[in-house]
Design a binder for this molecule. Structure first.
Ligand code: ZN
Ligand code: ZN
Length: 121
C-alpha cells in the first residue's frame, strides 16, 4: 500500500505494514498493493479456508469462494491474499536469485479448484 509522507510516497507491505526500503524484493499487486517475503512465507504456511467470501488485496478479485485457502495477518485482517496470489508470488520469488526463498509446490496444498467447475488442467 502507498501513503503520502511529507518527503514523498512511502510504500509498505499490505500485510505486515512494514515500510519498503526500495531494495527488499517484494511482489506487486494491483493498486500499489505489495507483499514481502516473510508475509508470503506465513501465507504459505497458514493459508486456510474461511467462513465468508473474501476480496483479495493483491489481485482485487472479490466474491472469492470462502473455501479457497487465503491468508491475512491477524494484526491486519482487512488485507487478505488469495491462494492464487500466494502461489504466483511464490513462483516469482523462486525465480529471483536475490531472494533466499525456494518454492516447493509439493510442500503445500494443491491449487484450489472450485467444486462446480471441472478441472481444466
Ligand atoms: Zn509483509
Ligand atoms: Zn489474489
Amino acid at each position: 500500500m502507498q501513503r503520502e509522507d511529507p518527503d514523498g510516497i512511502v510504500i509498505s507491505c499490505d500485510f505486515c505494514r512494514r515500510d519498503w526500503d526500495g531494495q527488499e524484493p517484494m511482489i506487486e499487486g494491483h493498486h500499489g498493493s505489495i507483499i514481502c517475503v516473510p508475509c508470503l512465507q506465513r501465507a504459505l504456511d497458514h493459508q486456510a479456508a474461511g467462513a465468508e467470501k473474501f476480496k483479495c488485496t493483491l489481485c482485487l478479485r472479490f466474491n472469492m469462494p470462502a473455501d479457497m485457502p487465503h491468508w491475512a495477518d491477524p494484526a491486519h485482517p482487512e488485507s487478505v491474499v488469495c491462494q492464487d496470489c500466494i502461489y504466483q508470488s511464490a513462483k516469482a520469488f523462486h525465480k529471483n536469485k536475490e531472494v533466499p526463498f525456494r518454492w516447493d509446490p509439493f510442500a503445500y496444498p494443491p491449487p484450489y479448484k472450485p467444486a462446480a467447475t471441472p478441472a481444466a488442467e
